[in-house]
Design a protein around this ligand. Structure first.
Ligand SMILES: *[C@@H]1O[C@H](CO)[C@@H](O)[C@H](O)[C@H]1NC(C)=O
Ligand SMILES: *[C@@H]1O[C@H](CO)[C@@H](O)[C@H](O)[C@H]1NC(C)=O
Ligand SMILES: *[C@@H]1O[C@H](CO)[C@@H](O)[C@H](O)[C@H]1NC(C)=O
Ligand SMILES: *[C@@H]1O[C@H](CO)[C@@H](O)[C@H](O)[C@H]1NC(C)=O
Ligand SMILES: *[C@@H]1O[C@H](CO)[C@@H](O)[C@H](O)[C@H]1NC(C)=O
Ligand SMILES: [Ca+2]
Length: 685
């Protein structure tokens, strides 16, 4: 609190190092702290607080003690009866008071940045009684700033970057310096930024340290890095201010301001014709002074190409020429096309006026390679019927040397694929034939390899698989399904059904059997009607059969199948003539039927067919022999012949088959079920 009776004199110093200019005690005393006429104190306003402050310049450099100010009490009549006493921060040490005059001095230089304010207490005592003449009063000594700190940047070097080609005034970075001096007092901490190095490329905002570009068209490809030195100076940049500097390393970052360019606008590529589809045959390269994605390129063939393609190697940014369609030296040896290159990522700011593409011509030369022969087909599939004789034709393979000077080719079978040596190939014309008869039941497929070799260059070979399929052959003819005991009544009428026949065939065609039955169309006695279901009806063609005239008819029935190749056989149906009642029931038939119930032993046969058991040195044509009778073996009718050459003891029986082939039968094999002897033959009697 300030009281009405104590006046603190204020000493202000504004300039340093000039010494403080104290106001005279009277000055201040007249202005403030005086009691008014009725003894009441002046009311303290807020501004009044200033009056209990002293100000002292920091960093006083003089040799004597620095004068701070003077305490003065109205009770002091100048007669030496008053004594001033100081207590509080630094009293008696930092601050000394002259107890008579009230003058306060600072004993040491003071640093505002260390302690900016000291709080002290003043007393006024009666020198004799030591009694307080007035209540204590507090006051402050505030240390005034002087510019004793230079501006400082946080870092010695800053790093910044700005895109090349930026417009003038583009902000790059802001560097700020700090000044420890009092910002609120004077200009000690008032900083001004300037650029010491880095012009004319960059400028700095003098107030806030923002660095900007100052030159248009700065090109990274010309100069990438700049060392800019920024100075911050206090005292608002005036002479005598303190300064600090920092270096800003500014890098221009890349923008796509350069198009790719071919250094050489003509490329020559050579490749062999055998290069595979997708294979690379050459590389071309354009240059781009930019970096990273700004130098990424796309290559393309102008107008496209059906044989070549070009792709970009992302690592090297080269254009790689690729084969799209197989090359053939024999048909085309030279190609020429134009390649375009452009940047992948364009910057709209720089494409005006600049052609951002470039072109080069690529010439491709195809070189010949000695190519192996080429077969007309791969694989070959050949079908051949089984049971073909050795030496039969199987098929033909053909290969040709594709080279320009077509060289002759020879053929061979890889014997590892035909271990049984079933096939042969003509080395000149490629015709495959059989060396042995093929049996489908042994193997349905013969898969062999045929090799074509250039005669002049045995290393140029090509193999081709040949799949030979052995087709089934229809090698069995159909015949009667059973033996029929057929008769015709003597009193029969024309058109009477006397037997339904069916047939069997041991082949098994995929689509099933389709048998066709027929008898001689000129037969006046019987007809046949095919029922289209693999059976047929035998009908009489006339009436009036008579046992006396003919006791038995042999009716040859031709049965054929529809397989490959068509097989047919003739089975003989024996039709006996019998006497019947009016309802057609058989009563008596020809007595010459000789049943062989359980096979024919050699002895029985000799007894019955005494005259036909003969031994032949040589069979003679049937025309010269007389037919003694017929025997049914299975479903085949055999004619018993008398060949008139009998050499006992008989071992063989000579049979004449209806298809005119003479067959010798060992008697043990011969097992007829029924034999009929001609009634007029001598043998039958
Ligand atoms: C610095 O001052 C300039 C102009 O006085 C102003 O455009 C810019 O934004 C300021 N920069 C900062 C970081 O305050
Ligand atoms: C350009 O290519 C051509 C043909 O390949 C060649 O003769 C020439 O030396 C090349 N020029 C340069 C500068 O590489
Ligand atoms: C292949 O040559 C052989 C032997 O010279 C000959 O018998 C055959 O007829 C020829 N075949 C063809 C299809 O020319
Ligand atoms: C031969 O080839 C045919 C057709 O590819 C195949 O079905 C058959 O199984 C093959 N036979 C052998 C013995 O390899
Ligand atoms: C038909 O019958 C007559 C009289 O029995 C006979 O002479 C003739 O040989 C028979 N024809 C055939 C083809 O069997
Ligand atoms: Ca570029």
């Amino acid at each position: 609190m300030i009281t009405d009776r104590v006046v603190l004199l204020l000493v202000l110093s504004v300039l340093w190092p000039s010494t403080a200019l104290p106001f005279t005690p009277g000055n201040i005393g007249n202005l403030f702290g005086m009691p008014d006429s009725d003894g009441r104190t002046l009311q303290r306003s807020k501004r009044g607080w200033m009056w209990n402050q002293f100000f002292l310049l920091e960093e006083y450099a003089g040799n004597d003690h620095q004068y701070v100010g003077k305490l003065h009490s109205n009770m002091d009549r100048g007669d030496g009866n008053v004594k001033y006493v100081l207590t509080g921060d630094g009293a008696g040490s930092l601050f000394l008071i002259d107890e008579k005059s009230g003058d306060i001095h600072a004993t040491k230089r003071l640093d505002r940045e260390e302690k900016a304010m000291y709080s002290l207490n003043a007393k006024v005592l009666d020198r004799r009684t030591n009694l307080e003449l007035e209540p204590d009063t507090e006051f402050n000594i505030k240390i005034h700033d002087i510019n004793d700190n230079e501006p400082k940047f946080a870092k010695e070097t800053y790093f910044a970057s700005v895109p090349e080609m930026s417009e003038v005034g583009t902000s790059v970075a802001t560097v700020t310096a700090n000044d420890a001096d009092d910002e609120t007092y004077g200009n000690s901490a008032k900083l001004v930024y300037s650029i010491l190095q880095g012009q004319p490329y960059f400028s700095v905002d003098s107030e806030n340290g923002t660095i900007k570009t100052a030159l248009p068209g700065m090109d990274r490809e010309v100069k990438e890095n700049y060392q800019v030195v920024i100075q911050a100076k206090d005292m608002a940049g005036q002479m005598g201010g303190l300064s600090g500097t920092t270096t800003v390393s500014i890098t221009l970052s890349d923008v796509n301001d350069s198009p790719p360019r071919f250094a050489n606008h003509s490329f020559r590529v050579t490749t062999v014709e055998s290069t595979e589809i997708g294979g690379a045959i050459g590389r071309i390269k354009a240059d781009d002074p930019d970096v990273g994605r700004n130098a990424e390129m796309e290559y393309s063939i102008v107008g496209g190409h059906d044989t070549f393609n070009i792709i970009t190697d992302q690592t090297t940014q080269e254009g790689v020429i690729i084969i799209k369609k197989a090359l053939d030296y024999e048909s085309k040896r030279d190609y020429e096309f134009r390649v375009e290159v452009k940047n992948t990522y364009l910057d709209a700011r720089f494409i005006h006026g600049l052609q951002f593409k470039d072109y080069a011509t690529v010439k491709v030369t195809v070189e010949d390679v000695d190519e192996p022969p080429v077969f007309t087909r791969n694989p070959y599939i050949i079908e051949v019927h089984e049971d073909t004789a050795a030496g039969s034709f199987v098929g033909v393979v053909s290969a040709r040397d594709p080279d320009a000077d077509t060289k002759p080719v020879k053929y061979s079978i890889d014997r590892h694929t035909d271990l049984e040596r079933l096939f042969n190939i003509d080395s000149v014309n490629g015709t495959i034939t059989t060396l042995k008869a093929l049996d489908r039941e042994m193997s349905k497929w013969h898969n062999i390899s045929v090799v074509a070799t250039e005669i002049n260059n045995p290393r140029q070979t090509t193999r081709v698989p040949v799949f030979i399929k052995v087709l089934d052959v229809n090698d069995n003819a159909p015949e009667f399904a059973m033996s029929y005991d057929t008769f015709v009544c003597e009193n029969v009428k024309a058109g009477q059904l006397i037997q339904t026949i069916s047939a069997v065939d041991t082949d098994e065609p995929l689509v099933g059997h389709k048998f066709v039955f027929s008898i001689s169309a000129t037969n006046p006695n019987f007809t046949i009607a095919d029922r289209e279901d693999n059976t047929a009806n035998i009908l009489t063609r006339r009436g009036g059969f008579s046992r006396r005239e003919m006791s038995m008819y042999f009716l040859p029935v031709v049965i054929s199948d529809n397989d490959y190749p068509i097989q047919s056989s003739t089975s003989t149906l024996i039709v006996r003539v019998c006497a019947c009642d009016s309802r057609g029931n058989m009563q008596t038939c020809n007595p010459e039927v000789l049943p062989f119930s359980d096979g024919l032993t050699t002895g029985a046969l000799v007894a019955i067919l005494l005259c036909v058991v003969i031994l032949l040195s040589k069979p003679r044509p049937p025309s010269s022999a007389s037919v003694l009778g017929q025997c049914l073996v299975g479903h085949k009718m055999y004619h018993l012949l008398d060949l008139s050459i009998i050499v006992p003891p008989s071992v063989f029986l000579v049979l004449w088959c209806t298809d005119s082939i003479c067959t010798f039968r060992n008697m043990d094999d011969w097992n007829p079920t029924q034999c009929v002897l001609n009634p007029n033959s001598e043998c039958g009697k």
